[in-house]
Design a protein around this ligand. Structure first.
Ligand SMILES: Cc1cc2nc3c(=O)[nH]c(=O)nc-3n(C[C@H](O)[C@H](O)[C@H](O)COP(=O)(O)O)c2cc1C
Length: 373
C-alpha cells in the first residue's frame, strides 16, 4: 500500500539520487533485523545449484550493489542471493551524469553507468567486515576490467579481481557483456573468450578449488555466437552462464524521449530477447552447466517463463526498481502458485520444461544444431 506513494516520491527525483536514497535505507538494516524480517520462501522453491543452496531461485542482479555491500538490507527483502559488482581492480568514477534514465511507460531503464565502483580493495574490505550471520544466502561477486585497460591486457584485470575478492565470494561472474565499457563486448569472441576464461578458471582452481566461476553474456549476440560462447565457456571449465546483460536494441521503446540515450536497455522491453537467450543457452549447454536467467523479469509469470526456458536461477534488477520492497516476496508467492498449478513438486522439475519434447515425440525442441559431444 505504501509502495505506490513511495515510488511516486522516488520517481520525482533524479534516478541516481533515488538509487542512493534506497542504498541509504538498506544500509540501516542490521544482520539481526534482516534475519527477523526476511520473508520465508515456499519450500518447493529451494534450489541446489553451483554446489550452493538457494532458498528460492530469485536473486538480485549485478549493478544494484556495486560494492557498497548493503547485503543485510537486500537479504531482508527476500533475495535468495545477491550479486555484487561489477567490481574493477582499481576504483573508477564511471561515466558523466546523468547516466541512468527511467522509461516508466515501458517499465524500463536505460543506463550507461560505466562500472562506477570503489575498486576491488574497498569491496574486499567491506565484504570482509560483513558478519557471518549477515550471509543469509550466497553472495556472488561480478568482476570486470577498468575502462583504461585495453582488451589485450584485460586478463590481468580479471585475475587481480579474482585474487582479491574470491575469499569473500560464494561464486564469481566474469562480466564481458556491459555495453558501457568501450570494446568490452569484444571479449565475447571465441579466441579472447577462450583465453580469458581459461586463465580465470585456472586461477580460481589454484586459489579456491571448486568455487564456481560463471560468465555473463549479452542479449545482442546472434544465436550462433551465443552457441559458440556457451561451447567455449563450457570447454574452458566455466560453471554456469548468466544470460543476459542489458541490450543495445531499442525495439519496443522507439519514440520515447529517453530511448535515444546511449547505454543498455533493461526491464520489460528486454524480456523476450533475454528469455530467448536463456532458451538457446540451455539447449546448447545440454545440462552441462546451469543457466542464470536475467532480463525483464517484472512479475512471477516472467520469472516462471525464464525457468521453463531453462533458467535454474533468476535475477532481477529493473523489476525490483518498479516493484519495490515487496517485489521478491510477490515473485516467490507467485512462483509457488504457478508450480502447484502445473503439478511440479519442486522448482528443479520446471527448469527447461518448455524445451522438452511433448509426450509421444522423441528429442527436445532444439533451437539449433546440437552441441559437440
Ligand atoms: C543501473 C544498472 C546498472 C547495471 N550495472 C551492471 C553491472 O555493473 N554489471 C553487470 O553485470 N550488470 C549490470 N547491470 C545489468 C543487470 O545486472 C541485468 O543484467 C539487466 O539489467 C537485465 O535485467 P533487468 O531487466 O531485470 O534489469 C545493470 C543494470 C542497470 C539497470
Amino acid at each position: 500500500m505504501l509502495w505506490p506513494l513511495l515510488r511516486w516520491l522516488l520517481f520525482r527525483l533524479d534516478a541516481e539520487r533515488a538509487h542512493r536514497l534506497a542504498h541509504g535505507l538498506l544500509r540501516r538494516v542490521s544482520p539481526a533485523a534482516a534475519r527477523r524480517r526476511r520473508p520465508a520462501a515456499p519450500p518447493a522453491l529451494a534450489v541446489r545449484a553451483l554446489g550452493l543452496d538457494f532458498d528460492s531461485p530469485v536473486g538480485l542482479a549485478a549493478g544494484f550493489d556495486k560494492g557498497e555491500v548493503t547485503v543485510p538490507g537486500l537479504f531482508a527483502l527476500g533475495f535468495s542471493h545477491v550479486e555484487i559488482g561489477t567490481i574493477t581492480p582499481r576504483p573508477q568514477p564511471g561515466n558523466a551524469r546523468p547516466r541512468l534514465f527511467r522509461l516508466p511507460e515501458h517499465r524500463a531503464l536505460v543506463n550507461r553507468m560505466g562500472f562506477n565502483n570503489a575498486g576491488a580493495e574497498a569491496c574486499a574490505e567491506r565484504l570482509a567486515a560483513l558478519p557471518r550471520e549477515a550471509r543469509l544466502g550466497p553472495i556472488g561477486v561480478n568482476v570486470g576490467r577498468n575502462k583504461a585497460t585495453p582488451n589485450e591486457e584485460a586478463v590481468s584485470d580479471y585475475l587481480a579481481c579474482i585474487d582479491r575478492l574470491h575469499p569473500w565470494a560464494d561464486y564469481l561472474v566474469v562480466n564481458i557483456s556491459s555495453p558501457n565499457t568501450p570494446g568490452l563486448r569484444g571479449l565475447q569472441e571465441r579466441e579472447p573468450l577462450d583465453r580469458l576464461l581459461r586463465a580465470c578458471v585456472a586461477r580460481l582452481r589454484e586459489r579456491a578449488p571448486g568455487k564456481p566461476l560463471l560468465v555473463k553474456l549479452a542479449p545482442d549476440l546472434a544465436p550462433e555466437a551465443l552457441d559458440e560462447a556457451v561451447d567455449v565457456a563450457v570447454a574452458a571449465g566455466a560453471s554456469g552462464i548468466v544470460a543476459t546483460n542489458t541490450t543495445l536494441s531499442r525495439a519496443g521503446v522507439e519514440g520515447h524521449p529517453r530511448a535515444r540515450e546511449e547505454g543498455g536497455l533493461s526491464g520489460a522491453p528486454l524480456e523476450a530477447l533475454a528469455t530467448a537467450a536463456v532458451r538457446r543457452c540451455f539447449a546448447r549447454a545440454g545440462g552441462r552447466v546451469p543457466i542464470v536467467g536475467v532480463g525483464g523479469v517484472m512479475d512471477a509469470e516472467g520469472a516462471y517463463a525464464k525457468i521453463r526456458a531453462g533458467a535454474t536461477l533468476v535475477q532481477v534488477y529493473t523489476g525490483f526498481v518498479y516493484g519495490g520492497p515487496g517485489f521478491v516476496r510477490k515473485l516467490q508467492a507467485g512462483l509457488g502458485a504457478l508450480l502447484a498449478r502445473d503439478g511440479f513438486a519442486r522448482i528443479a522439475d520446471a527448469v527447461g520444461a518448455d524445451c522438452r519434447a511433448p509426450p509421444g515425440r522423441t528429442g527436445g525442441i532444439s533451437p539449433g544444431p546440437s552441441p559437440p559431444r
